[in-house]
Write a protein that binds this ligand. Structure first.
Ligand code: GA4
Length: 334
C-alpha cells in the first residue's frame, strides 16, 4: 500500500530540518572495476546486497566531468531572476527548493533535462540560451559518455545474471524512445552553522526516496552528503569520490529481477560549508515498455511479484506520489 503523506508547506526552513541519527562514513561500498574480469559477478552481488555500487576504471574522462561541473557552477551562480527564466520545472527546467509536484522541498536548486537531446523542451531552451552553448555541448558530451558506460554495465549485469541476449536490459536504455533524464543538482552550503550544530539535526537537501527508473548513474564533486539505507534500515554516509560513478538500482530493475535486486533508498544532506554539485543520468525504458520480470530470470513455477504495468503507467503514478512514498507498493501482488 502507498502511504500518501500530507503536502508540506514550502517554507519555513523547519520542513527541511530533520532529526537524523549521526551516520558513520561507510567504507564498504562495493567497488567495481569495469576492466576486471570479475566485474560481472561483483555487479550482481552488489545489486543483491545493497542496490548500490561504485564504478572505477569506467572510461569516462575526468576532464569531461570537470568541464560539465564548471559549467554547472557557472549556471547556478547566475542571478535568481536569470535562472527563473527556465522555471518552474514541468518536469524539465530549473527548480529551486520544490521537488516534484506534490509539496516536497529540499535545500537544493537543480536543472532537470530529457537525456534525449532530440526532445528539447521550451524550458530547456531557456537554460541554454545563445551564450551558454558551451554548457549545452558539455551536457551533451557528458550524457553520451555516461550512457555508453551504462550500456556496458547493463551488459555485464546480464552476463553476471547468466541471461541472454546480453543486451536484454541495455537495449531498453539504448532505444531511441528510451525515457531517460538527466539532473544537475546544486546543494548550497547550509547558511546557518548553528542549525547543524544542534545535535542530531540535519538539513535535508533531497529527501529519502528510491529512483523509479532502471539504473541511475551519479557523479558528484568532492562534497559528501549522499546517504544510502542498508537492508537492516540503518543509514550510512557515502564517502565522496569525484573520479568515480555511483550506481543505483531503480524500481524498474527491481521488478525486472522479480525483487532479486532491490531499489536503494537514498537521500542527501546539505553540508555546513561546502557546495555539493551532482550530475545524475536516470536510465529509463521507452514509455510503452511493459515492466515485468525477465522471463529468463524466473525459475520454473516462479511467479511475478508484481502486477503488469507499463513504464508510462509507473511514471504517471510516481508523479502523483510524494518522494518518500513506497511507489512500488501499488503494483505489488497481494
Ligand atoms: C526521483 C528520481 C529523479 O530525480 C526524478 C525525480 C522526480 C522529479 O524530481 O521530478 C520525482 C522523484 C524522482 C520521484 C517521485 C516524484 C517524481 C519527484 C517526485 C516527487 C527526476 C524521477 O524520475 O523521480
Amino acid at each position: 500500500m502507498v502511504v500518501q503523506s500530507q503536502p508540506a508547506a514550502l517554507d519555513p526552513l523547519s520542513n527541511l530540518i530533520k532529526s537524523c541519527k549521526p551516520t558513520s562514513l561507510f567504507t564498504e561500498i562495493p567497488e567495481v572495476d569495469l576492466t576486471d574480469p570479475a566485474a560481472k559477478t561483483q555487479i550482481v552481488k552488489a545489486c543483491e546486497e545493497y542496490g548500490f555500487f561504485k564504478v572505477v576504471n569506467h572510461g569516462v574522462s575526468l576532464e569531461l566531468m570537470n568541464k560539465l561541473e564548471a559549467e554547472a557552477v557557472k549556471f547556478f551562480s547566475q542571478s535568481q531572476s536569470e535562472k527563473d527564466k527556465a522555471s518552474p520545472p514541468d518536469p524539465f527546467g530549473y527548480g529551486s527548493k520544490r521537488i516534484g509536484p506534490n509539496g516536497d522541498v529540499g535545500w537544493i536548486e537543480y536543472i532537470l533535462l530529457n537525456a534525449n537531446p532530440q526532445l528539447t523542451s521550451h524550458k530547456t531552451l531557456a537554460i541554454f540560451q545563445e551564450r551558454s552553448q558551451k554548457f549545452r555541448r558539455a551536457v551533451d558530451e557528458y550524457i553520451v559518455a555516461v550512457k555508453k558506460m551504462s550500456y556496458q554495465v547493463m551488459e555485464l549485469m546480464a552476463d553476471g545474471l547468466n541471461i541472454k541476449p546480453r543486451n536484454v536490459m541495455s537495449k531498453l536504455l539504448k532505444d531511441e524512445r528510451s525515457d531517460s533524464c538527466f539532473r544537475l543538482n546544486h546543494y548550497p552550503p547550509c547558511p546557518d552553522h548553528q542549525l547543524q550544530a544542534l545535535s542530531g539535526r540535519n538539513l535535508i537537501g533531497f529527501g529519502e526516496h528510491t529512483d523509479p527508473q532502471i539504473i541511475s548513474v551519479l557523479r558528484s564533486n568532492n562534497t559528501s552528503g549522499l546517504q544510502i539505507q542498508l537492508r537492516d534500515g540503518t543509514w550510512v554516509s557515502v564517502p565522496s569520490d569525484q573520479s568515480s560513478f555511483f550506481l543505483n538500482v531503480g524500481d524498474a530493475l527491481q521488478v525486472m529481477t522479480n525483487g532479486r535486486f532491490k531499489s536503494v533508498k537514498h537521500r542527501v544532506l546539505a553540508d555546513t560549508n561546502k557546495s555539493r554539485i551532482s550530475m545524475i543520468y536516470f536510465g529509463g525504458p521507452p514509455l510503452s515498455e511493459k515492466i515485468a520480470p525477465l522471463p529468463t530470470l524466473l525459475a520454473e513455477e516462479e511467479e511475478s511479484l508484481y502486477k503488469e504495468f507499463t513504464w508510462c503507467e509507473y511514471k504517471m503514478s510516481a508523479y502523483k506520489s510524494r518522494l518518500a512514498d513506497h511507489r512500488l507498493g501499488l503494483f505489488e501482488k497481494t
